[in-house]
Design a binder for this molecule. Sequence first.
Ligand code: C2E
Ligand code: CA
Ligand code: CA
Ligand code: CA
Length: 278
Amino acid sequence: NQGKNRVQLFNQDIADTLDRRQLIEQKLNHTLALQTFELAYMPILNTQTQRIEAVEVLLRCPHLSAEGIGPDEFIPVAESTGLIRMIDLNVIEQALERLVYYQREFGYQGRFCINISASQLSNDLFAANVGSLIYRFGVDPSKVEIEITETSMVDSSQKSMELLGQLKNLGVRLSLDDYGTGYTAFNQLLDYPVDCLKIDRSFVNELGKGDGERPPVVDIILALARWKQLEVVAEGVETQEQFQYLRQTECQMVQGFYFSKPLNQESFEAYLTEQVSL
Ligand code: C2E
Ligand code: CA
Ligand code: CA
Ligand code: CA
């Protein structure tokens, strides 16, 4: 299949990989049909007040987590099979429904941040679909933030830029996720209608580990954000030292295991109750 003079041994590893992909695809289809995807909620805190400012909604597939397979592994499969388009909409629908519920029942005032796959950037119907869900649930669009990975903007085609514009027109916020791992040029960043940069956790992880010979990458991103007047979330904060460092910068928001792991619905509700009564 690979053409002339090429030999690829069909070994057990490849067979196992195919089996695994097939298993994932099957379980995803199944979960979609039964509508049994679940959401996990990860608090994003204000760096100064340490109070909840937003929540990142993360997809969970119980049938796959039982096999030890998480989103880092199943989302690429969902992307290659095209299932991701339906899955993303399913997540948005559930998230908006929950947002309204938490506002009403728990007095939650923050934002909900929702991840979307790169493939939505070429989906002509995406913004319209999001718009009708926002309308259906009657949510304030400024409480909804859509996270797009920096890498998915790599070609920054006319079409992707159009989609971002359409989403902004709906009144939702946009953030560039895993920022610093892609290759956005400074001047390109100027053109993106985004509100927020999420510093990839690999750069946060570096904090406090350097030899002091060069300033942390985080500082460069913060300078860039100041220049474009963007808000910043530092992802993957795991230690007190990392937090202490970020606290002294202009980084407005932090997220990471140091504050909270992604919470299931029940734990998130307990967390909200505690926050609101503080
Ligand atoms: P992401 O958007 O960068 O989400 C953050 C991931 O980093 C989450 O993993 C979260 O558990 C993990 N994380 C957050 N703080 C820390 C920390 O302090 N330390 C460490 N080690 N990890 C931390 P998760 O839930 O496994 O999600 C993985 C990726 O799957 C996400 O990365 C995102 O790209 C994708 N994803 C998750 N939910 C959705 C979804 O609903 N739709 C789409 N299209 N993609 C999703
Ligand atoms: Ca994200
Ligand atoms: Ca991220
Ligand atoms: Ca990521």
